[in-house]
Write a protein that binds this ligand. Structure first.
Ligand SMILES: Cc1cc2nc3c(=O)[nH]c(=O)nc-3n(C[C@H](O)[C@H](O)[C@H](O)COP(=O)(O)OP(=O)(O)OC[C@H]3O[C@@H](n4cnc5c(N)ncnc54)[C@H](O)[C@@H]3O)c2cc1C
Length: 444
C-alpha cells in the first residue's frame, strides 16, 4: 500500500496532496478541529446555511485520514444509545432519535446527489445473519427489521450453516474515501477553508492553538472522535476502540453466483464479537472485525498497521461465512480507531457560553451519525430551536473512563468474554451467559 491509511485510499491512488497548512494567526466565526465526517459535514452544513460565516477546519493530517477514510462503508440508520441514555430519555425520545438516524441515510444520499459526490452509494439495506441457533435466538429478540427464515435469508446471501437473518432497509453501502474526498471539496465550494497538516495543540474557548499559529473563533468544534484522548484534558472522555479490516481481490461472476449476495446490502453476523462486510462496487468483499481492540493508555497509532494474526483471524471469519473463498487473495489490510463513551451513547454538545462544541462517541456507527450530528451542531450554533436540537442525545453526559490499567483490563475482559461466549455458543448451540457479563463489565 502507498502512504494510504486504508485500501479505500489506496484504491484512489493514495492520499491526495495536502492542502496548505495554516500560515499565520487567523480569525473565524467557527473553527472545526478534525476533518473526518463530523468536521466536514459540520463545515458543509454551516456554510450552506449561512454563506457569510467564516469557517476554518484544521486537520492534523489530511481530510479523511482518520476513521472516516478507513471504515466499513456502512451508512447505517442507527445510533449507539447505551442503557443509561435509554433509561434517562425514555422510549419515545429514543424512538425519535432512531427515526432521525434512519432518515439520515436518505439525507446523505440526497446531499451526495446534490453535490455530485460519486461514492458508490447503494441503499440496499442490511442483513444480520445467524450461523448458530444461539445467534438465531438473539435475532428473534432484536426489535428492529424483518426476521427471515433460513430459506428466505438464503435467497439474499448463501452463508454456510445459515439459520436465518434479520433485514433492515435503513442502510446504504458507500466507498468511504470517495465520500471524504467529495465532501471536503463540497465544503470548500460552499466557502469553508480546510488547513491540512495543521494539528490543534490545544482547544480553549475562543481559540485553537496550532504549531503554525492560532485560530480565534466564537465557536470551536472538536470533531476528533477516536483521537480525542490525544488532546490535553480529554484523555478519558472517549475510549479509542480499534477495528481492523481486510479486502479481497475482485471475485469473478461464478463466485458471486455461488455466494448469491445480490446488490448493495451490507452484511454482519450475530456473533458477540461480530464481523461486518460490504460488497464493493468493483466486486470485492471488505470485511472488518475487532482484531486487537485497544492499546494501553488510549494510544492511537496514526498509520496503524495490522498484524498478521489479525489478518488470519479476519480471513478465517470470511471463510467460515463463505467456504468457497478459501485461498482467496487478500489485497489490503488496515485498522483505525473510533470513539466510545463510558455509557456507549453517542452525543452532541454545544455550550453557548464558552462556544465549545463537540460530537462523537458513535461507537462504530459513525458514518451516518456524523451527518446527523453535523446538522444538529449547525442548528445549535445558529441558535435555532428545531426537532434536531431537541433529540435525546443533545447534551447527554457520560462519565469519564477509568484510569489505566483498569481501562485496558476492562477492554481485554470484555472481548475475551465475548469470544469465549461465541465459542461456547457454536459448540452447544445455546446462548451463553458470558455475553451478559461482558455487557455488564463494558457498562453498555
Ligand atoms: C475500521 C473501522 C470500521 C468502521 N466501520 C464503520 C461502518 O461501517 N459504519 C459506521 O457507521 N461506522 C464505522 N466506523 C466508525 C466511523 O468510521 C467513525 O465513527 C466516524 O468516521 C467518525 O468520524 P469523525 O469525523 O468523528 O472522526 P474521524 O474520521 O476519526 O476524524 C477525526 C479527524 O481528526 C483529526 N485529528 C485528530 N486529532 C487532531 C488534532 N489534534 N488536530 C487536528 N486534527 C486532528 C484526525 O486526523 C481525523 O482526520 C468504523 C471505524 C473504523 C476504524
Amino acid at each position: 500500500m502507498t502512504d494510504a491509511p486504508s485500501w479505500w485510499w489506496a484504491d484512489l491512488g493514495g492520499l491526495p496532496a495536502p492542502r496548505p497548512p495554516l500560515a499565520r494567526d487567523a480569525d473565524a466565526d467557527v473553527c472545526i478541529v478534525g476533518a473526518g465526517f463530523t468536521g466536514l459535514w459540520t463545515a458543509y452544513e454551516l456554510c450552506r446555511a449561512d454563506p457569510s460565516l467564516r469557517v476554518i477546519v484544521v486537520e492534523s493530517e489530511v481530510a479523511g485520514y482518520g476513521a472516516s477514510g478507513r471504515n466499513g462503508g456502512w451508512l447505517l440508520g442507527e445510533l449507539s444509545t447505551g442503557a443509561q441514555l435509554r433509561d434517562e430519555a425514555g422510549e419515545q425520545a429514543i424512538a425519535a432519535l432512531q427515526r432521525a438516524a434512519q432518515q439520515t441515510v436518505d439525507e446523505v444520499a440526497a446531499a451526495c446527489a446534490r453535490e455530485r459526490i460519486d461514492c458508490d452509494l447503494v441503499k440496499g439495506g442490511s442483513l444480520t445473519v445467524a450461523q448458530t441457533d444461539a445467534q438465531l435466538a438473539r435475532l428473534r429478540h432484536m426489535g428492529r427489521g424483518e426476521l427471515l427464515d433460513a430459506h428466505a435469508a438464503a435467497a439474499r446471501v448463501r452463508v454456510a450453516g445459515l439459520r436465518g437473518a434479520r433485514f433492515t432497509p435503513h442502510c446504504a453501502r458507500v466507498h468511504p474515501a470517495k465520500l471524504c474526498r467529495g465532501l471536503a471539496a463540497a465544503a470548500e465550494r460552499h466557502g469553508a477553508t480546510i488547513h491540512e497538516r495543521t494539528p490543534a495543540l490545544s482547544i480553549a474557548p475562543g481559540h485553537v492553538r496550532t504549531p503554525h499559529g492560532e485560530v480565534r473563533a466564537r465557536w470551536v468544534v472538536r470533531a476528533t472522535e477516536g483521537y480525542t484522548p490525544t488532546l490535553p484534558g480529554a484523555r478519558r472522555e472517549l475510549l479509542p476502540l480499534r477495528s481492523s479490516m481486510i479486502v479481497t481481490e475482485p471475485l469473478d461472476g461464478a463466485t458471486w453466483a455461488q455466494i448469491g449476495w445480490q446488490g448493495g446490502a451490507t452484511i454482519d453476523d450475530a456473533a458477540h464479537a461480530y464481523c461486518y462486510l460490504q460488497r464493493t462496487a468493483d466486486g470485492r468483499i471488505a470485511l472488518g472485525g475487532r482484531g486487537h481492540p485497544y492499546h494501553f493508555g488510549s494510544r492511537t497509532d496514526r498509520a496503524d498497521t495490522v498484524v498478521g494474526d489479525t489478518v488470519r483471524q479476519l480471513r478465517r471469519r470470511l471463510e467460515r461465512l463463505f467456504p468457497i473463498l478459501r485461498g482467496v487473495a487478500v489485497e489490503g489490510a488496515w485498522a483505525g480507531v473510533f470513539g466510545v463513551s463510558r455509557d456507549w451513547a453517542a452525543s452532541v454538545h454545544c455550550d453557548r457560553i464558552t462556544g465549545l462544541c463537540w460530537a462523537g462517541g458513535y461507537a462504530g456507527e459513525g458514518v451516518a451519525a456524523a451527518n446527523l450530528a453535523a446538522r444538529t451542531l449547525r442548528d445549535l450554533i445558529l441558535g435555532r430551536d428545531t426537532e434536531l436540537t431537541r433529540l435525546a442525545w443533545v447534551e447527554h453526559r457520560s462519565r469519564s473512563w477509568e484510569p489505566e490499567p483498569l481501562r485496558w483490563l476492562a477492554v481485554q475482559a470484555v472481548y475475551g468474554l465475548m469470544r469465549t461466549a461465541d465459542a461456547i455458543e457454536s459448540r452447544t448451540g445455546r446462548p451463553s451467559r458470558l455475553a451478559a457479563l461482558a455487557g455488564a463489565v463494558a457498562g453498555r
